[in-house]
Design a protein around this ligand. Structure first.
Ligand code: LLP
Length: 448
């Protein structure tokens, strides 16, 4: 649990706000973010990079809510985008297009135009065909596109295969052995300007060694380019630093940055990083309410109102997210709690109704549950085999849900997407309204 989600008087809080109050005010399922946690993560990067020319480009895909982007923009962040849509979000949130790097293997002509018009810092180009297309698009606009080549250093990130990107067999980047030839080609194209080199080897890395192996390969390339007279202004080492979901022990931000700086030695190029998950993952939780308990012969199910459409990571990667009760038993134990409604809830809002027994202080037995959503798929689970003392209407917090949670959500089963709330000290701000069903089918019409 991050310091920003903590129990106080047996109530799970985000900063100073009880999560039960947020559920009462904004309903469930609901994503809750801590502004202080976002700020803290960003500052850890900037402190570790002090004295070195750098740009921290937050990877927008991890969480693209405008309020989240705005927090980082105010702190001076740049942004790593992978679509024209993300660029529009960055601008709508007050971000500086001049600090944007554009990654991704499939940039369309329209997206290139949008980014050239906006004057982004750099296109991270991922293929020879993309170099040619970008040269043409920039030429047709009378512009010169700043580029890096994203090189694939062929190192094993030792992470989940779906989020490993730096191996030869992955679709990302240009092959290491072809990079010099492609840089020569880029140099010959009139509407491109070479500004840097880029590499990103994967996500949720919990060791520093693969990053260091990648840096070493990138530096060999930078030296080869220098010998050809191609001098780079910046080196972009991507994102990928992991977080603790359960018992992982990833390096601290400061240690990760120190290791990168050590591997870079005394080189003068500006350092660009693209962290996503590590800045937002543990700054967010998904708040959900138990709808039904369904005991079974082999398994007990806790059916909650959040589902795989809200948080896809468990279904897609078999990812683990801690699930905590929002209220603990007053004695402080975690294995049983009272059905008594929480103190400190916001007056005038609906209170969770007690499980059974009409509000008496009944002990709830702790059981092992499959925590599942209402969607019609066996893969719709939030957590397997979790010991929880819960009753219908109990509130649960699914932790470490700030990264790739809401941003990967969908409307499957015509489920409106969750509300999003940002806590700032003692105040909870609604930063995205819960969708309505009417919004979901607003663009549809029958054939007459
Ligand atoms: N830069 C590039 C070019 C990327 O492709 C990514 C993530 C990042 C930066 C940020 O990586 P991070 O610091 O967040 O690890 N949906 C998956 C993660 C996919 C990551 C894709 N690329 C998940 O939920 O685990």
């Amino acid at each position: 649990m991050s310091d920003y989600f903590h129990y106080l008087d047996n109530q799970l809080h985000a900063e100073q706000v009880p999560l039960a109050d947020i559920a009462a005010q904004f309903g469930t399922p609901c994503y809750v973010y801590s502004r202080a946690a976002l700020t803290d993560g960003f500052r850890q990067f900037s402190n570790a990079l002090q004295g070195r020319e750098h740009l921290i480009c937050y990877a927008v895909k991890a969480n693209s809510n405008l309020a989240v982007l705005n927090v980082f923009a105010r702190l001076g962040a740049g942004f790593d985008i992978v679509s024209g849509g993300e660029l529009q979000r960055v601008r709508a949130a007050g971000g500086d297009a001049g600090k944007v790097v554009f990654s991704g293997v499939g940039k369309s002509i329209a997206e290139m135009r949008l980014a050239l018009e906006a004057g982004i810092l750099c296109f991270n180009v991922e293929s020879a065909a993309e170099l040619e297309r970008l040269n043409e698009v920039a030429g047709s606009m009378g512009k010169v596109a700043p580029i890096s080549l994203r090189v694939n250093p062929d190192v094993d990130a030792k992470t989940h295969p779906y989020i490993s990107t730096g191996l030869k067999q992955n679709k990302f980047g240009v092959a290491y052995g072809e990079a010099v030839a492609l840089y020569r080609k880029a140099q010959a194209l009139p509407h491109l300007r070479i500004t840097g080199v880029d590499c990103h080897i994967g996500s949720q890395l919990t060791e520093t060694s693969p990053f260091i192996a990648a840096v070493e390969k990138v530096l060999v390339l930078v030296d080869m380019l220098a010998r050809e007279g191609i001098r780079l202004e910046h080196i972009d080492l991507g994102g990928g630093l992991g977080i603790r979901y359960n018992d992982e022990t990833p390096p601290a931000i400061a240690d990760y940055v120190a290791a990168l700086l050590g591997a870079l030695g005394g080189r003068g190029e500006k350092l660009v990083l693209e962290p996503g998950r590590v800045l937002v993952g543990n700054a967010g939780a998904l708040l959900t309410r138990v709808e039904y308990l369904k005991p079974g012969e082999e398994k007990n199910f806790a059916i909650v109102d959040a589902a795989m459409n809200d948080l896809m990571r468990p279904a897609l990667y078999d990812a683990y997210h801690k699930i905590l009760p929002v209220e603990l038993e007053p004695s402080g134990g975690t294995t049983s709690h009272s059905t008594k409604p929480a103190s400190g809830q916001v007056a005038g809002y609906p209170q969770p109704s007690p499980a059974c027994g009409g509000g008496s202080e009944r002990e709830i037995q702790s059981l092992i549950y499959e925590v599942v959503g209402p969607i019609c798929e066996t893969g719709d689970f939030i957590g397997h085999a979790r010991e929880l003392a819960i009753a219908p209407q109990s509130l649960l917090a699914v932790l470490s849900a700030g990264a790739y949670g809401m941003s990967m959500s969908s409307n499957y089963n015509t489920r409106p997407r969750a509300a999003e709330v940002m806590v700032d000290g003692g105040t909870a701000h609604l930063v995205r309204e819960r969708e309505t069903v009417a919004q979901l089918y607003a663009g549809e019409k029958p054939v007459l």
